[in-house]
Design a protein around this ligand. Structure first.
Ligand SMILES: *Cc1c(COP(=O)(O)O)cnc(C)c1O
Length: 360
């Protein structure tokens, strides 16, 4: 008998594919799949083939190492790297046919030099900063490039892209001003397709459509329209196993530093999932799991390998029972709110000790 897991992560690859198709139907231009951070923690090795099967032909990751890890899974697809090429890596980009996102004039110069050395044009995306102040050409660099387009010699400009600051807030003023700054930037550059929206941007309407949308979150069931019903299919379920049940008296405390105190005789279920599994410590005294559809509050501090739940009102819970930590009742949004973070951080924190059950 193999060891038994304390947590089971259920990942619905069919829902990932359905979410991609729904976004492809909604967006006027092409739609990529963002699979950085191991496909937001869900496993790029399983997610990429599901997206290929759904029809996805463009992938984005953050690091070259992530691109090389999936190259063989999508040999005909475009795989692009957001974080830009380091000089020493450029040979690997060329060798493996990975496309860099060029985020500065310096990166552009190195890429153009590689094209010159290879005696052919090399593909790239060009990132223009329209407000994020993080990556991409700033105003000054854009003006230099506009005045000297020969800097693009040897570079096959696949897309000019930018990234929205507040796409998930539909009425944020940033959205419209970034769209207009993006249009201005494209007007001073040689004609090339554009790439604008992330998941939430796809839901901002026709002004935010482009030749290539770049959704990640929505593929994995994160609500791209916070505050409104989630239009995406849920992808992730997480169950935690009850290791032990104990009865405590009124006035007794649970866990490190005794931050929760029972105000009645209580039954406490200890689950074998903790912050080392990505069950964030910020859930301490917050959050709700479910048993048979009934709520059980998380009480006390989440520790490294364990979390404790008040199951006084769910007499059916016993050692070996499974609590729903993420699922139809404990939605990803609800879990993220309880931990005072977002679904992105919940998913990308998911640990490596869970048994992963993939469904297609
Ligand atoms: C991560 C990322 C995306 C995907 O964003 P989601 O909100 O997950 O859809 C798109 N573009 C860039 C530049 C990114 O870094």
């Amino acid at each position: 008998m193999p060891p038994e897991p304390s947590g089971i992560l259920d990942i619905d690859l069919g829902a990932v594919a359905a979410n991609w198709r729904a976004l492809a139907d909604r967006h006027a231009g092409a739609v990529a799949g963002v699979v950085k951070a191991d496909a937001y923690g869900l496993g790029a090795a399983r997610v990429v083939p599901a997206l290929v099967e759904a029809g996805c032909r463009h992938f984005f990751v953050a690091h070259l190492s992530e691109a090389l890890a999936i190259r063989h899974l999508a040999p005909w697809a475009d795989i692009a790297v957001f974080n830009g090429p380091h000089r020493a890596e450029i040979g690997l980009y060329v060798e493996h046919g990975v496309i860099p996102v060029l985020n500065s004039l310096g990166e552009m110069e190195a890429w153009a030099a590689a094209a010159g050395a290879a005696n052919r044009t090399l593909p790239a995306l060009l990132h223009v900063d329209t407000g994020m102040a993080r990556l991409g050409l700033d105003r000054r660099e854009l003006a230099i490039l506009a005045a000297d387009r020969s800097r693009l010699d040897g570079i096959a400009l696949r897309y000019v892209m930018t990234h929205l600051v507040s796409a998930e807030i539909a009425d944020a003023a940033d959205n419209a001003s970034q769209a207009s700054r993006f249009a201005d930037a494209r007007a001073v550059l040689p004609p090339a397709p554009g790439s604008l929206a992330n998941s939430s941007g796809i839901f901002l309407g026709a002004d935010f459509a482009s030749d290539l949308a770049r959704p990640g979150a929505a593929l994995y069931g994160i609500n791209p329209t916070p505050g409104r019903p989630n239009p995406m299919r849920p992808v992730v379920g997480l169950r935690g196993r009850v290791l032990q049940i104990r009865d405590i008296g009124a006035g007794e405390t649970v866990g490190y530093n005794g931050i929760w105190r029972a105000n009645r005789p209580s039954r406490i279920a200890t689950v074998g999932v903790g912050y080392a599994d990505g069950w964030l410590r910020s859930h301490s005294n917050h959050g709700t799991a479910f048993f048979d559809g009934g709520p059980v509050p998380l009480v006390g501090r989440v520790s490294m390998d364990l979390a404790t739940y008040d199951v006084t009102d769910q007499p059916g819970v016993e050692p070996g029972s499974w609590l729903e930590l993420i699922g139809p009742n404990a939605s990803l949004e609800r879990v993220a709110d309880a931990a005072r973070t977002n679904g992105y951080e919940i998913l990308t924190s998911l640990g490596s000790r869970y048994e992963r059950a993939y469904r297609s």
